[in-house]
Design a protein. Structure first.
Length: 361
């Protein structure tokens, strides 16, 4: 049908010069219609998809550049999450670099690090120092002992660790025992590294790089961790809901985020088990060996995405750290890294940094 119209226009052009101009515009118009009908590029393609990755739900709503293809960009995002998990970060996957490092525990030769992993680990160690060990990726043995991830799925499988077991797990933990030298890492016997607190943030950092190449704007979410990229069409801010820890079907705030940013949340409601009337959750205090208990139920942080890779990891690490450190020290930490902070306290009251308050208005 559209070809017929084009044919008609071509005939007119042969016979009548005056119609040339009109025909040109008509052809352009038809061209635009064809593009709109087929969804092909007139500068962009709106693309939405969701799937499971990194133990959580991954979603993307992106405006892809006209030169790209939405499905390909989505595949790239999925591929990145699989690569990070399978060959990088998961302590449970034998083929991953973290699993190999863990297997090298106690070895005098240590383990040779990829540049990428070395960067991530150095940042994590910096965070450990800044938080006096409240954030510590060397608590893997403790995380394995509590095994909250599994207990959250199957509460009957939960076994309360004994104090001796907790002390033994703490004895093989401690970031200050990790040595990185000449691109090799040395960890002591029994130590287990666990990147669970930063995996989604690292992924979103990589997602930023993917979108920078292929998209005009969009949102990528890995569970409750979110990347906003670019400026939404129409000039409106991105709207990001923060879950109410007291009723996870509700939001406690809706943030207006301008431009690119990482929004991350840690809470005692995400993975937990109830045992003898007590809630045991997955964010552990490396000083006590027990789930952190500092009067906080949920922490959210927003960091700009300007420094893409680093800030994805940082926003994720900061929320875990603040949860463990408590409000006072947590606020100081967030300020140091330029993160806006929202804390939901045990009594339901809410703290927001000034910048966060503006976003929530
Ligand atoms: P979620 O993964 O639910 O978003 P977090 O980002 O807060 O929550 O990460 C929690 C995970 O981090 C735990 O499942 C565990 O693997 C790891 N972890 C627990 N406590 C600590 C800690 N004090 N420091 C670093 N990592 C931790
Ligand atoms: Mg985290």
């Amino acid at each position: 049908m559209i070809n017929e119209i084009n044919g008609q226009i071509n005939n007119d052009l042969k016979n009548n010069k005056r119609k040339k101009c009109h025909a040109f515009f008509l052809t352009c118009l038809i061209g635009i219609c064809i593009a709109a009908i087929t969804g092909c590029s007139i500068g962009y393609e709106d693309y939405s998809a969701s799937g499971t990755a990194m133990d959580t739900i991954l979603t993307a709503n992106i405006r892809v550049k006209g030169s790209e293809n939405g499905q390909n960009v989505w595949n790239e995002l999925l591929g990145e999450s699989t690569r990070l998990e399978q060959s990088g970060l998961s302590r449970r996957v034998e083929s991953s670099e973290i699993a190999a490092i863990n297997a090298s525990a106690g070895s005098e030769d240590g383990y040779p690090l990829s540049d990428e992993m070395e960067n991530y680990l150095e940042l994590c160690l910096e965070l450990s120092e800044e938080t006096d060990g409240a954030f510590d990726i060397s608590i893997g043995a403790l995380a394995q002992l509590w095994n909250i991830d599994e207990a959250a799925e199957n509460p009957k499988a939960f076994v309360m660790p004994t104090d001796e077991q907790i002390l033994a797990a703490l004895a093989v933990s401690g970031y200050e025992k990790i040595k990185i030298e000449d691109h090799r890492i040395y960890i002591p016997d029994g130590m287990v590294l666990d990147m669970g607190a930063v995996g989604k943030g690292i992924f979103l950092g990589e997602a930023y790089s993917v979108l920078k190449e292929s998209a005009i704007s969009g949102v990528v979410a890995a569970g409750g961790s979110i990347l906003t990229y670019g400026y939404k069409a129409g000039g409106n801010d991105w709207k990001v809901g923060i879950v109410d820890p007291f009723d996870t079907s509700e939001v406690i705030a809706v943030l207006s985020v301008e431009g690119s940013g990482y929004i991350s949340t840690s809470g005692d409601y995400e993975r937990y088990v109830e045992y003898n009337g007590v809630r045991y959750h997955h964010i552990l205090d490396p000083h006590t060996g027990y789930p952190a208990d500092t009067g906080i139920r949920g922490v959210s942080a927003v960091l700009t995405a300007e420094n893409e890779l680093q800030n994805g990891l940082l926003s994720d690490a900061i929320t875990t750290a603040v949860f463990v450190m408590g409000e006072e020290k947590g606020i100081e930490l967030a300020e140091k890294y330029g993160a806006e902070l929202l804390i939901v306290r045990d009594d339901g009251s809410v703290y927001m940094s000034d910048g966060m308050q503006k976003m929530a208005d």
